[in-house]
Design a protein around this ligand. Sequence first.
Ligand SMILES: Cc1ncc(C[n+]2csc(CCOP(=O)(O)OP(=O)(O)O)c2C)c(N)n1
Length: 659
Amino acid sequence: MQFDRQKLSDSVLKKLYENLLLPRLIEEKMLILLRQNKISKWFSGIGQEAISVGVTQALAPDEYILPMHRNLGVFTGRNIPFHRLFAQWQGTLAGYTKGRDRSFHFGSREHHIVGMISHLGPQNGVADGIALASQLRQEGKVTVVFNGDGGTSQGDFHEALNVAAVWDLPVIFVVENNGYGLSTPSREQFRCESFTDKAIGYGMEGVQVDGNNVLAVYSTVQRLAEDMRKRPRPILLECMTFRMRGHEEASGTKYVPQELLDTWAKKDPLENYEKYLVQSGVIDEGYIAAQRKRVKQEIEEGIAIATQEDHPVAQTGQELEDVYAPFEQVVVAPASEKKSEKRFIDAISDGLRQSMERFDNLVLMGQDIAEYGGVFKITEGFVERFGKARVRNTPLCESAILGAGLGLSVKGMKSMVEMQFADFVTEGFNQIVNNLAKTHWRWGQPADVVVRMPTGAGTAAGPFHSQSNEAWFFHTPGLKIVYPSNPYDAKGLLCAALEDPNPVMYFEHKLMYRSLKELVPDDYYTIAIGEAKLLSEGTDLGIITYGMGVHWAQQTLANLPHVNASILDLRTLLPWDKEAVAALVKKTSRVIILHEDTLTGGVGAEISAWISEHCFRDLDAPVVRVASLDTPIPFAPTLEDNFLPKNRLIGAIETLLTY
Ligand SMILES: Cc1ncc(C[n+]2csc(CCOP(=O)(O)OP(=O)(O)O)c2C)c(N)n1
């Protein structure tokens, strides 16, 4: 192996050596502990350390790194205390996740590290967001995200590289090409000769480096980063290396040809570098022995502390409390009495505009939302008012942009991500339910992102432009869901959602956009998230509903003057207003839960179950659910009409009253 020290000083060469020793010696110890059954799973990075070490040492300490499962050298290079690292792997309290997540699945803002979620590829979109924040603030910093060669097959990798290229984001996308993805060899994973060829397709530079040569990695990253800080742009860095152990320890390497292992064993990054430093007279055997002794001692000390650590005592209250980032909403009243007639769509636009004025760290992202104003024209005129940096047209991708929202939050910014239609959120589902929803609970990082979801039927737009999909998110701890039914609530709830540091799914019904109007305050105001609103007060029965259901209930009851019913508009679905529901049941003793979403496993199922459990004594009849048919939503108006529940409500009311 050829080492070229260029103009690097002896002290830099030694620092790199010491940093290479750390992950290697920790791993050797962990493999012993694993055999003794003292730790559970282990993903080995042995043979690949030069990449993590070279990259980390080449960056400024406050430049973010998003590592993967073989990048121990990133964590040690950022000086994470050993005992905390070991405690993290043991699931004890001194770790970074209160025992809630394992291995390298954590981040630390103090160390400028955002750890992975198991799904690998989503890291890349998050890196885009961090780099975007740096770019918007003109910090002149780069962000580095790691990938295995297998993970590059994921759509998330493609989306994030494309976004970074289009937005000139200073991200180094490292690909550790180690020959295998679990048991799958490269030839079954991708067809390109080299990842630098892929870079060309994204319109970015691609650089290949010997990933076992720490000097090559260090010098290359240093050179690239220095240039990218001045001229922001993404670069794909392919590091050639080999996975010397099994995917994880238990799975072994039987499927790997021995010649390959033998060839790469000769290229061991630590041994070769050590030899080079000795031959160059930078270090000697005495130095090596002393360093190894020191590191081993530090490891033992760390283990001693970590093993004394208590496993967390489960406290249900604490577990539930940490699902959301702490936030005491202070409801803001409009500053004056001034009101004007606004359609539902104007109210949303108004709330968004005033939130942009109020929060200069708020960024809007979505397809066609800039000059074009969005397909529904909600952001029309925003570019002129706020500029293209904050009102961002995105490429046609959902996952990378939702990930970027999380990245912006890591850097203390807020974002609104517009789904062109709520239906398309499927493309970003993973980022929402696994990244945005869980990050605060896992390691205390809020995801300050509002996802706007133009939803609902009634426009004969068929199965992929009309769905109601709030129930997909209703089941996910960590999210909030708001769903206004009128212009006044639409503005106030949107402003509230944007204030809240937690991820909020904001559903806006497309059919209401231009069909509803009312007097709405001109000033900024918010509405309490989590509070339902009683719209009419009757005692014969209660209808619990939200969104379009509110209007169907009102229209149906208008045709039943003899029925004296209450309508409760939930307004927030997560967390939903249990007190208001309980009060309604108490008052009416007969309740219908009405929603546009399909019946099975819908929001109504949960509320109905809760009422049965908690309000049984107040009921005079079974709880009734009225919802859409359990089919996909059809296109033809006659079929759509039949699918939706509005025409079935009257029958349900009459049956319930005579029960
Ligand atoms: C979405 C998803 N699919 C599958 C897996 C299971 N899995 C974890 S790591 C891995 C192989 C990754 O290979 P590569 O990206 O090359 O990284 P390496 O392990 O070689 O460092 C697989 C299949 C996963 N974690 N997430």
